[in-house]
Design a protein around this ligand. Structure first.
Ligand code: ADP
Ligand code: MG
Length: 394
């Protein structure tokens, strides 16, 4: 069922609470990556154009929930907004209470009030009805555009919206839902999943769910070694999750039963030391003693690319190697380029994966780069997101 969006509300003259994801990195008091801010500007600008009085609220980082902590303040975000909206944006150091309510009342149409980090209040992380009641006093209408937080039951995304007649989604969430629903409900085939990154254990529910939907799964990154171990391959001192080896074996057996192809690396970039070590490319699948796999090898890249050529739908989570280090980034960059060039519907989830796509310079070739790490994983695992479920249907 489609969710109601900000377009379904009459915003004129109303105080509109927009839950955004401004959980951005800050260096020396300045926002150092404004992607998350930029991606909700369509929603903010739409509300301003319609004559709303906009209240923006977010969390940033993991403060203790015992009041102000400078390193997690929203002040740098306020300065970013100030640069763009000049005299039409204001800041409240208080999250709730008389003072901030008064500030919302003073707003004129087309103006913005950014409030301080929601997690400075201990209630935010606790699905707290009392905290929700206080937040409710700040506005007439509610919009959620913080996709990256929707898998949590934080008060502002889960308890607060239920206190409005018609809590709605912003444009970013609408777009995220659109892409995830497309691949979940009716993916065009062949449907290929690419999984990599640090840990198998993080991705088990995703693999299990994908096994019922996809035609093939390409596995790279650190998690590949646990799968290779399950096939008795020598993996040297590569990252291994010993307690996941059996499960990895089971998943491969299940895949075979279902006719889902699983492709593992057949060669690797290896090193004896991550920094300033000797770097080699293995001649086959096994990794010599004292070496660890840090990227997929050239043969593997060819195999994975071949599989991607025919794909109509691709989902990808997790880089193919330690892509942060240039020497170990070729596999990830090659796969990112192949996905961008395949002319398929492509969805990328996960913070590091999104960063890898940017590093590869192919961002615009991807249909949808999700802004939610955890949230996108839960979606791909077939779970419902609490923050989206609670929004009104169209
Ligand atoms: P995402 O954030 O996209 O969900 P993850 O957090 O699961 O991705 O994994 C990303 C991390 O995995 C990166 O920091 C990367 O360096 C690491 N990684 C990938 N391959 C390897 C490897 N072979 N050995 C060690 N770490 C790896
Ligand atoms: Mg990550």
């Amino acid at each position: 069922m489609a969710k109601a969006t900000i377009k379904d509300l009459d915003l004129k003259g109303k105080r509109v609470f927009i839950r955004v994801d401004f959980n951005v990195p800050v260096t020396n008091g300045v926002v150092s990556d404004d992607n998350r801010i930029v991606s909700v500007l369509p929603t903010i600008n739409y509300a301003l154009e319609k004559g709303a009085k906009v209240i923006l609220a977010s969390h940033r980082g993991r403060p203790k929930g015992e009041g102000f902590e400078e390193q997690y303040s929203m002040m740098p975000v306020y300065l970013w907004l100030k640069n763009k909206y000049e005299d039409n944006v204001f800041f409240s150091k208080k999250v709730i209470g008389e003072d901030v309510i008064a500030k919302t009342d003073e707003l004129k149409e087309g103006q913005i009030l950014l409030i301080e980090n929601l997690r400075f209040e201990k209630g935010e992380k606790k699905s707290d009805p009392e905290f929700a009641k206080e937040l409710r006093k700040l506005s007439d209408l509610y919009v959620n555009d913080a996709f990256g937080t929707c898998h949590r039951k934080d008060t502002s995304v889960y308890v607060l919206p239920a206190l409005y007649d018609k809590p709605v989604a912003g444009f970013l969430i609408e777009k995220e839902i659109h892409y995830f629903e497309t691949v979940l409900a009716d993916p065009k085939k062949p449907y290929v999943a690419i999984l990599g990154g640090a840990k198998v254990s993080d991705k088990i529910p995703v693999i299990e769910n994908l096994l019922t939907r996809v035609d093939s799964i390409l596995i790279g990154g650190a998690m590949a070694y646990t799968f290779l171990k399950a096939k008795d391959v020598e993996i040297g001192k590569s990252i291994l999750e010993m307690d996941m080896v059996e499960l990895a074996g089971d998943l491969m057996a299940k895949a075979e039963e279902k006719g889902v192809k699983i492709l593992l690396p057949v060669d690797h970039v290896v090193t004896n030391k991550i920094e300033d070590g000797r770097i080699e490319i293995t001649s086959d699948v096994s990794i010599p003693d004292g070496f660890m796999g840090v990227d997929i090898g050239p043969e593997t890249i060819v195999n994975f690319k071949e599989e991607l050529k025919m794909a109509e739908t691709v989902v990808w989570n997790g880089p193919m190697g330690i892509f942060e280090i240039d020497e170990f980034s070729s596999g990830t960059i090659a796969i990112a380029s192949a996905v961008a060039e395949c002319g398929c519907t492509s969805i990328i989830g996960g913070g590091d994966s999104a960063a890898a796509v940017r590093k590869a310079g192919v961002f615009s070739g991807i249909s949808h780069v999700s802004t939610g790490g955890g949230a996108s994983m839960e979606y791909l695992a077939g779970k419902k997101l609490p923050g989206i479920e609670v929004l009104a249907d169209k």
